[in-house]
Design a protein around this ligand. Structure first.
Ligand code: NAD
Length: 495
């Protein structure tokens, strides 16, 4: 049995807590490894190593940091097929999707190579006579990332590239369900010449998370995961004096207006709902069909479903892989039952699909005539289940989204530029797509939702990422002419 250890001080370090967790291959249902689960004491050792490393790393020149980032980027690009295969073996998503995840993470490394420019402050000459004022941004010290199972490489890359480039030491607590991608990233950082202790991985569960949230030497926590945990992380971390950004779950609506191109909208709905078996925080889980577009749209989506190839992620023919675990598959299947019981029309039932026998496979489900009072609408299912809600008007569709608990991503499909612009203006969500079903922002913007999809005020990566992982200092300086000193007890003004 493979044992997945922590990564501390430039090498693997076996855990000593005596607790381990199982890691499975979701395509076969076999346990492939066990991962060490850290105790609070082990987290303390990791943080101590990171604290030591942070002191030296913040003094490394911007040029030196950028050089490490460039090397890391090159290594990541060269070895992305290897990393994609690791992701597929523990997460289950198909290889092309895993490669896509790595490619999006790579963009964050590319953004962070520009750190000399990103760390620039501002300068005001002669704010008062002989007085200059300027701002600088400095790293926080030791910062931590706690990440979900569904993007085991991309989400850590969202955080660590920016945090490290900005001069912090970064402690990663990856999901215990698929921890090997984090180990792989640690090796790449090491090979890229990052000093020991600047990137560390501590594997674990709630015990490690709580140790991170309460550790006095961790200045900031960046979290991505489900909403109840995100809320807990935000409240506990901030109560312990930390800066926290905690991204949570989602229920993303795709509005289709009557003038939309039906085939394009159906293609988009199918790929955004069922890609990665719906285990994406930006997955479209609700299509809001406005007016008489509903019948032809549901027919067009339904017609595409029998053609989807479901199978092991490592098989290049597969378009959709298994779910992460047996329990999760049961939970998702239970929602299909509840939707049907509540009166939704089951157009396609994933439980009846032909799928490989072993592993955690579930076919795709399409539920029509879903109403907001149903559990299938209210809850984040996080599986290959697409709900169609029928709305009479644009205003009704908009109210549905704005009344929803979550506000991560949303999209509108239309040929009417004016309608799209109005939607962008009206809608309460952090990321909006216009004829783009999964509007994940490019690396030089920032990623984040509204409402119960994000606790905190800065979004992830891009300019907000730099802001989150640094703090600003403003310097007011005067170099008086020699021999002109005098005592003035008044409060300084610039008059
Ligand atoms: P999760 O909340 O179960 O776990 C996330 C992390 O928190 C893991 O590292 C886990 O070890 C830890 N954790 C789990 N339970 C905990 C607890 N009770 N106390 C403290 N720590 C705990 O999430 P998941 O199942 O790994 O990931 C799926 C969820 O993440 C979905 O809800 C999805 O929408 C969300 N997600 C959101 C985004 C986003 O950007 N908003 C991106 C990806 C995933």
């Amino acid at each position: 049995m493979i044992r997945i250890a922590h990564w501390i001080g430039g090498s693997e370090r076996a855990g000593v807590s005596g607790r381990v967790g199982p890691v499975f291959n979701p395509a076969t249902g076999e346990q492939t490894a066990e991962v060490d689960l850290a105790s609070a004491e082990e987290v303390g050792q990791v943080v101590a190593a990171a604290k030591e490393a942070a002191r030296a790393w913040r003094s490394a020149s911007l040029a030196k940091r950028a050089t490490v980032l460039f090397r890391f980027r090159e290594l990541l690009a060269a070895r992305s097929p290897e990393l994609a295969a690791i992701i597929t073996s523990e997460h289950g998503k198909v290889l092309s999707d895993a490669a896509g995840e790595v490619a999006r993470g790579l963009e964050n490394a590319e953004f962070a190579t520009g750190i000399p420019h990103l760390m620039k402050g501002s300068f005001s000459e002669q704010a008062a006579t002989g007085v200059d004022v300027y701002s600088i941004r400095q790293p926080l010290g030791v910062v931590a990332g706690i990440t979900p199972f569904n993007f085991p490489a991309m989400v850590p890359l969202w955080m660590c590239t920016t945090a490290i480039a900005a001069g912090n030491a970064f402690v990663l607590k990856p999901s215990e369900k698929d921890p090997s991608a984090a180990q792989f990233l640690a090796r790449l950082w090491h090979e890229a010449g990052l000093p020991e202790g600047v990137f560390t991985v501590v594997n674990g569960d709630v015990e490690a998370v709580n140790a991170i949230l309460t550790h006095p030497d961790i200045a900031a926590v960046s979290f991505v995961g489900s909403t109840p945990v995100a809320k807990y992380i935000y409240e506990t971390g901030t109560a312990h004096g930390k800066r926290v950004q905690a991204l949570g779950g989602a229920k993303n609506h795709m509005v289709v207006l009557p003038d939309a191109e039906i085939d394009a909208a159906a293609d988009a709905a199918v790929s955004a709902a069922y890609g990665s078996a719906g285990e994406r925080c930006m997955a479209v889980s609700v299509v809001v069909a406005v007016g008489d577009v509903a019948d032809p749209l549901v027919d067009a989506i339904a017609a595409r479903l029998p053609k989807l190839k479901i199978g092991a992620g490592a098989d290049p023919e597969s378009q959709m892989g298994p779910l992460i675990s047996a329990q999760h598959r049961e939970k998702v299947a239970g929602y299909i039952e509840r939707g049907a019981g509540a009166g939704a029309t089951v157009v396609a039932d994933g439980r009846e699909a032909e799928v490989p026998e072993n592993g955690y496979f579930l076919g795709v489900t399409l539920l029509d005539n879903v109403t907001p009072d149903m559990d299938v609408y209210a809850d984040e299912i996080f599986g290959p289940v697409l709900c169609v809600v029928r709305a009479r008007t644009y205003a009704e569709a908009l109210d549905l989204i704005n009344d929803n608990e979550y506000g991560n991503g949303t999209a509108i499909f239309t040929r009417d530029g004016g309608a799209a612009r109005q939607f962008q203006f009206d809608v309460n969500a952090g990321m909006v797509g216009v004829n783009v079903p999964i509007p994940v922002p490019v690396a030089y913007y920032s990623f984040g939702g509204w409402k119960a999809s994000l606790f905190g005020d800065t979004h992830m990566y891009g300019p907000d990422g730099i802001h989150f992982f640094t703090r600003s200092k403003v310097v007011t300086s005067r170099w008086p002419d020699p021999g002109t000193s005098s005592v003035d007890l008044g409060f300084p003004t610039n008059r």
